[in-house]
Design a protein around this ligand. Structure first.
Ligand code: BGP
Length: 459
């Protein structure tokens, strides 16, 4: 073993409820934004496969859970679907959902696998979306109630929670770049949504601590470092501002309890200041997370913008930076994303130096592969590229831990191949293959390797 990890280091994977469960049979589940969007615009979705199918975990979880141990999991992260538990977003609790989640959590606990349960993975009940969704502070209140119900119904089975997954993504995709419903281009709404989400997160932290003082709660952020093209001050400034919008917008209030001053000023300069109250800001200040979840896939590379922004156009953070493709960069040949393992080390050192060395867990890292069935030999996918990908990132994580990073676990995206927001099943990430035609599941080579990795606590 060349790379041994600290004792008790957690090994596992992450998924989300909307991407794994499916909604057939519905069993009382209400529509969320994805269900609704698919129902009105299936053409948006790859091969017209929508969230109603996902990976059918809802029907098959009892069988699927068996793969956890076989692939070396000591931790497993998934989410609760708000619209399954509260079909209208507020009000009556769907008892079928309570039974389903309780049974699933109990079975996972019985396997000796630690649960990390996320309350929100891009999925808002559609009844709330219709009333303005995250633009409306009523949604913050509804989320707080929902979180309290989760802590009450499941707090005896789950002690590690997450408030939101990658909250910057619905802000950008839903209110600036039109990749998620409601597909608006409305910077003012984007800023309010970001603020309301952060406030909801702090309220969930508070409620969690009040419900169970020994429970831990976190937020999962995609802390992609922004690398400047050069050391030229204009490029450096572009990187600093990109990081302000992309990472610090949630990292600072979640960990330090306050927004960065420079971000507040920028938002003000563009006349986008959200509606806040001193009481709300005090809630954020007092209810920071116990630990942090970090998702890392690829770096953000930026350069000073080449053109002046059109003053008529709505505000986009990209008026301050251009995306930049570094010549000679290493690419995932099976999907167009850069691979840059060093990003993990840089994130780790940033958290160590600037965020009180807060405890963190790598909650997502993974390699999406299109057409993965071509690597199937004798019934098993030989995904050596994925093993190499994980090893490369783990080496950097190992180096970071040796240099003092407070990282407690590594979770791969994902467990069993699952549905993705717009690409459906095009890019596969799992340790376990899902054959969509036969519904058969087979552990990939990486799944067997991951078991060894976990057993040896290193490689
Ligand atoms: C993360 C999300 C996941 C997952 C992953 C892979 O940002 O938290 O939900 O989907 O990205 O990305 P994609 O599915 O787009 O390939």
């Amino acid at each position: 073993i060349d790379y041994t990890f600290p004792q008790g280091f957690l090994w596992g994977s992450s998924t989300s409820a909307p991407q794994s469960e499916g909604t057939i049979p519905g069993d009382g589940k209400g529509l969320n934004n994805w269900d609704y969007w698919y129902s009105i615009d299936p053409d948006k979705f790859h091969n017209h496969i929508g969230p109603e199918k996902a990976a059918e975990f809802y029907q098959n979880y009892q069988e699927d859970i068996k793969f956890l141990k076989q692939t070396g999991h000591t931790v497993f992260r998934t989410s609760i679907q708000w619209a399954r538990l509260l079909p209208q977003g507020t009000g009556e609790v769907n008892q079928k959902a309570v039974e389903f989640y309780r049974d699933m959590f109990r079975r996972i606990n019985a396997e000796g696998v630690k649960l990390m349960i996320n309350l929100y993975h891009f999925d808002i009940p559609f009844a709330l979306e219709e009333q303005g969704g995250w633009e409306n502070k009523a949604t913050v209140k509804a989320y707080e109630e929902y979180a309290k119900i989760c802590f009450k119904e499941f707090g005896d089975l789950v002690d590690t929670w997450i408030t939101f997954n990658e909250p910057i993504v619905p802000v950008e995709c839903g209110y600036l770049y039109q990749y998620h419903y409601p597909c608006k281009v409305d910077p003012k709404a984007a800023v309010q949504v970001a603020y309301n989400t952060q406030l909801a997160s702090a309220l969930a932290v508070k409620a969690c601590h009040e419900a169970n003082p020994d429970h831990k709660i976190s937020i999962v952020l995609n802390l992609t470092p922004a690398y400047p093209r050069s050391s030229h001050p204009a490029d450096q400034k572009a990187a600093r501002i990109a990081e302000l919008f992309q990472a610090k917008s949630f990292l600072d209030p979640s960990v330090l309890g306050e927004y960065p001053k420079e971000l507040v000023e920028l938002v003000k300069k563009h006349d986008l200041t959200p509606d806040t109250t001193p009481e709300e800001l005090a809630i954020m200040k007092e209810n920071t997370v116990d630990f942090l979840g970090v998702n890392y896939y690829q770096p953000l590379r930026v350069a000073a913008p080449q053109y002046l922004a059109n003053p008529e156009s709505p505000f986009f953070p990209t008026v301050y930076y251009d995306h930049y493709q570094m010549p000679g960069r290493k690419m995932n040949p099976h999907r167009g994303w850069e691979i840059y393992e060093r990003g993990i080390y840089d994130i780790a050192m940033n958290l160590k130096e600037n965020y009180d060395n807060i405890e963190w867990i790598l909650t997502e890292n993974g390699m999406g592969v299109e057409g993965e069935e071509k690597f199937k030999v004798d019934g098993m996918i030989h995904d050596d590229y994925r093993i190499d990908f994980i090893k490369g990132h783990l080496k950097e994580l190992h180096r970071a831990i040796a240099d003092g990073a407070n990282c407690q676990g590594y979770l791969l995206w994902t467990f069993i191949d699952c549905w993705s927001w717009l690409n459906a099943f095009k890019n596969r990430y799992g340790l376990v293959e899902l054959d969509l035609k036969t519904a058969e599941k087979t552990i990939k080579k990486s799944g067997h390797w991951f078991k060894e990795l976990s057993d040896n606590n290193g490689f």
